[in-house]
Design a protein around this ligand. Structure first.
Ligand code: B16
Ligand code: MG
Length: 219
């Protein structure tokens, strides 16, 4: 059974996708095109600059900006995003997330965060859960974006646990692939139609419910 659990942040611990969406939509509006919730699905788990490229593709204007202008557009989006998440409260932690982290720690498992977001520290502070992680790996520490396994391998290294003894919780296909490439087991958060994980559950509240069952001890 696994000795450590590594958690993605957006979509697993908290639903920040909504705030990313609002900020990207605002940027698209300024550039003169619409950006839908369906378009936003393509940005989940993807890095900030890659997200911008996809957004500009959707607006058919990927060639209209220099790389310096793109940096500015990404900075503007992030300012709006930070404005939204600064107003977040503890009530926005997803059902079961806190309980599950606490259960794992009580039975001696190590926990880490493995997120692509550079804003992870602010989000953890707003939710009041930074102390529930033994290691925090975020967009400030990694160079290669998911599906590169770097973020999860760094997590295992900081926890001093072999990758094969880690289980990753991820909501994005790029993250599921990153976990596999790291040689870790992976639990998908979302729909089995979209995610090719070893086990897929709708949310961490289900992991809390499964906690003392055989399915959980096999993990
Ligand atoms: P930031 P995760 C990812 O977080 C988000 O899913 C993705 O939509 C976002 O673009 C990326 O973080 C970078 O975030 O702009 O805040 O640095 O799912 O890996 O926790
Ligand atoms: Mg995610």
């Amino acid at each position: 059974t696994a000795r450590a659990a590594i958690f993605d942040l957006d979509g697993v611990i908290v639903d920040t996708a909504r705030y990313h969406y609002l900020a990207w939509k605002r940027l698209a509006a300024e550039l003169g095109f619409d950006f839908t919730e369906q378009d936003n699905e393509r940005l989940k788990g993807v890095s900030r600059m890659r997200s911008l490229e996809i957004l500009l593709e959707i607006g058919n204007c990927e060639r209209a900006f220099s790389s310096e202008q793109k940096e500015n557009l990404a900075r503007q989006k992030n300012e709006w995003y930070v404005e939204y998440i600064s107003r977040m409260t503890r009530s926005e932690i997803l059902p079961g997330a806190r309980e599950y982290l606490e259960l794992l720690r009580e039975c001696g498992k190590k926990t880490a965060l493995g997120s692509a977001s550079k804003n992870a520290p602010l989000i953890l502070e707003k939710l009041g859960i930074a102390s529930l992680f033994d290691a925090i790996i975020d967009g400030n520490k990694v160079r290669a974006a998911k599906p590169d396994p770097e973020v999860f391998l760094l997590g295992a290294r900081e926890l001093d646990i072999a990758p094969a003894e880690c289980v990753v919780f991820e909501d994005a296909e790029a993250g599921v692939e990153a976990a596999r490439r790291a040689g870790m087991r992976v639990v998908g958060i979302g729909s089995p139609q979209i995610l090719s994980a070893d086990l897929v559950v709708p949310g961490l509240h289900v992991m809390v419910a499964l906690f003392q069952t055989e399915l959980h001890s096999d993990m």
